[in-house]
Write a protein that binds this ligand. Sequence first.
Ligand code: TXA
Ligand code: MG
Length: 327
Amino acid sequence: MDHETENLSPDAAGLARAAALLAAGELVSFPTETVYGLGGDARNARAVAGIYTAKGRPKFNPLIVHVHSLDAAERYAVFDDTARALAAQFWPGPLTMVLPLRADGGICDLVTAGLATVAIRLPAHPVARALLAAFDGPLAAPSANPSGKISPTSAQHVIQGLSGRIAGIVDGGICAVGVESTILALDPPAILRPGGLATEALEHAIGQPLPRGGDAQAPNAPGQLKSHYAPGTAVRLNATAPDRREIWIGFGPQCTTAAMNLSPTGDLTEAAANLFAFLRRADQQAHDTGATCIAIAQIPDYGLGQAINDRLERAAAPRPLDPSLGR
Ligand code: TXA
Ligand code: MG
């Protein structure tokens, strides 16, 4: 173990300690409304390299920069009228915009993987906002899980995956949204990753349909690798009922026999919030009972259902044999 990971409370003293660790180039996990992030100073190449090391993440993946205000965002990225209008409407919140990088902003190359663009987001979680204000700088923060594993929606999940590998964890409870932010490219407009902000809301704001961008074979970013978010157990999608020896995750009122139901009323927002915690629980149950597969009910493909289905397709994808690919 490199570190005794400090468990920090989300009060003034805990946040001051977290900010001091970050300023010293250490890594601190913090809650956002989507998932827990693994934060490091985006201007400090050693800190950012440490993020990749702690996660075991392949190096070609650019990271999202988190800021506490639109003014701060404009120091690192070039905003046009569309980007400003979207920021005014959806920030703070689960939207990440990919914008031209300001070369003089001080964001290090490891964050952008050398691209001329930067992914930037202003999170809504009060603890994330308080930490960004206390740190007073840009935080690079991927989800705080070992690469290829399920994203964390509680401090306990972060401890399970990264304890001993990072300096601190700020415990801010359970993440309300439960899936990562929606990533939007603007030139040309495209959804690079469906997420916690529904595509339909962005299409309505921009006034045009948004194509799905990105290529799983040639990812310009990690969340696009097919086998990302994989539990240890195999996953079967669009199941109408579980087979013997399958763990069953249901959705909606028709799944009355499911011990785990993502939303008994069929509410996609509730289902997104439960998704990663239920996948972990099902994985653990499979491990404990010798079940060979997790069967998951069909999820409608609109609103947050798009983000849920994106994550489930990755969870069900064949796993790469080469551990350097997507883990
Ligand atoms: O909700 C979230 O977005 C969470 C929380 C912690 O904020 N963060 C997160 O970060 O999911 P991460 O590092 O796991 O996702 C980074 C994604 C990559 O998969 C990639 O698709 C995209 O951001 N990305 C980053 N920089 C990019 C760029 N310059 N161009 C295109 N995509 C980029
Ligand atoms: Mg991630």
